[in-house]
Design a protein around this ligand. Structure first.
Ligand SMILES: Cc1cc2nc3c(=O)[nH]c(=O)nc-3n(C[C@H](O)[C@H](O)[C@H](O)COP(=O)(O)OP(=O)(O)OC[C@H]3O[C@@H](n4cnc5c(N)ncnc54)[C@H](O)[C@@H]3O)c2cc1C
Length: 360
């Protein structure tokens, strides 16, 4: 049985960026994903400008730009009473865009394969054991072995569950998402709309389709869906994708021969649209530390560097995400903030500029 240096469970942005970087570093890299790509995923489809430097390092910038997408010029915040505040996004090459996850994730996973990672789709990790190296069992009965294991399998990480590291979390909120016909005059804006039962995010993803996300609680989500059906002429038989939880405690990223990246490590509030960036960047950082460890660098100092870079990725950003979570958990409070921003827009502009500033 072939022994991989690294086995990555999950081929989303975190797993693919990690796999691509591991392969470039010369590591024998395996990626397992339970889905057949291209596949959609519950997401607002917005790419924070911080993603561009990661695409650059993966030599994917042009190919991302070639995907059908929308350039986003502004964000419109709408309060419960319908009052609005519009904040412009930076323009130019490093601007915020929206692109369907089916397209983006397929491109990223293919890139990992091109660079030498061994990618297995429709392969669900179901069991784990460690005895000097990891043995990963899959639903089909096939198994794989690797020296280092990465959980890149999203917010409900099976790897974390199998390792007894999954934190207790409530099904406090639930999200629904669909691609619906783009209203004719929608323009190139993202809409973040507070509603009495939660909030909605809307973003055009191409000439004809709008990404529509709804976030509510289990008892209120069907009211939100009926609101969306009326507002956007969505047929009652429209298929919606769903996901929960929206919030859960983080899992430490680095363990003995085991790492968690992307949503598997930390779930952030979707309102600020940054999860894909954290997934891509944490994947790169994990690949970096693993390459150092496997090449025999001092393990503790490699892990210390990783810890610093990982913390740096969130520095100056997480508090805004927490602030937005506080606002969306109490939509009436969020609406009051929008009304305040109509009188004095500087603070909202500053917070938005911090979220959509170009990355490293
Ligand atoms: C409502 C909503 C809106 C959002 N909007 C945005 C946005 O606009 N912009 C943004 O940047 N972020 C947004 N996010 C966050 C973003 O979707 C995530 O942060 C991002 O997808 C995390 O990437 P990942 O690779 O860590 O995990 P995922 O994208 O979840 O990928 C995990 C992969 O693991 C695979 N997998 C799972 N279990 C197994 C298993 N047992 N075996 C094998 N494979 C497995 C899955 O099939 C999947 O492909 C949003 C999230 C939500 C909920």
């Amino acid at each position: 049985m072939h022994l991989f240096d690294v086995a990555i469970v999950g081929g989303g942005p975190a797993g693919s960026s990690c796999a691509a970087s591991c392969a470039v570093a010369g590591l024998r890299t395996l990626v397992l994903d339970r889905e057949k790509f291209p596949r959609e995923k519950v997401c607002g489809d917005c790419l924070n400008p911080s993603c561009w430097p990661v695409f650059e390092r993966l030599e994917l910038t042009e190919r991302v730009r070639d995907l059908p997408h929308s350039k986003l010029s502004s964000v419109e915040f709408i309060a419960i009473d319908g009052r609005k505040v519009i904040v412009d996004f930076p323009s130019g090459a490093g601007c915020e865009i929206s692109v369907k996850r089916s397209l983006l994730d397929d491109l990223l996973l293919n890139r990992a394969g091109e660079l030498g990672a061994d990618v297995h789709e429709q392969t669900t990790a179901t069991g784990l054991s460690e005895n000097g190296h990891w043995k990963i069992e899959t639903a089909s009965g096939e198994f794989f072995q690797a020296r280092i294991l990465i959980g890149a399998d999203g917010r409900n990480s099976t790897v974390a569950r199998l390792c007894n590291l999954f934190p207790a979390s409530e099904r406090e909120r639930v999200a629904l998402q669909a691609h619906v016909p783009r209203p004719r005059d929608f323009g190139e804006r993202v809409v973040l709309q507070f509603l009495p039962e939660g909030y909605s995010g809307q973003a055009p993803v191409n000439e004809t389709q709008l990404n529509l996300c709804l976030v509510g609680t289990p008892p209120t989500i069907s009211t939100l869906r009926r609101w969306a059906e009326r507002q956007f002429d969505v047929p009652a038989n429209q298929p919606w994708r769903t996901i929960t939880p929206l919030t859960r405690p983080p899992i430490p990223s680095a363990h003995e021969n085991l790492f968690f990246i992307g949503d598997a490590a930390r779930v952030v509030e979707p309102f600020t649209g940054e999860g894909i960036y954290y997934a891509l960047r944490s994947g790169e950082l994990a690949a970096n530390v693993i390459a150092k460890i496997l090449r025999g660098y001092d393990r503790n100092s490699a892990l210390r560097d990783f810890g610093r870079a990982y913390a740096q990725m969130y520095r100056g950003r997480l508090w805004i995400n927490r602030l937005s979570r506080a606002a969306v958990l109490r939509p009436h409070l969020g609406s009051l903030l929008i009304q305040a921003a109509r009188i004095s827009p500087a603070i909202l502009k500053l917070l938005t500029a911090k979220v959509v500033s170009p990355g490293r």
